[in-house]
Write a protein that binds this ligand. Sequence first.
Ligand SMILES: [Zn+2]
Length: 112
Amino acid sequence: MKRRRNAFHIEHIIPLHRNGSDELENLAFACDGCNSLKWTHIEWPDPESGQGVPLFNSRKEEWSVHFAWNDDFTTLTGLTPEGRATLDLVKMNQPGLVNVRKALIAIGVHPR
Ligand SMILES: [Zn+2]
């Protein structure tokens, strides 16, 4: 029997083995790619400084403080060390995702 792979996962922002909880404030809806790349990480090096910094926490922090779209809405820029580290870890600007964004722009559903 073929195992069905889910497109989205309920991700623990702070993993259970690092004393994260199952409470809503510690859970995020994540695609398979992001969830797999984040794995159990809670920090990652800022590509600019090389210093390990906490990852963006979507339950506690404001997205627009840490991220911005480029002019054509195909790539994201990290505005803070945490934003840059998060984008780097989950490979948010990899060519496949940029192509998906171009397709979404073409059919009028991105950006919103
Ligand atoms: Zn994702």
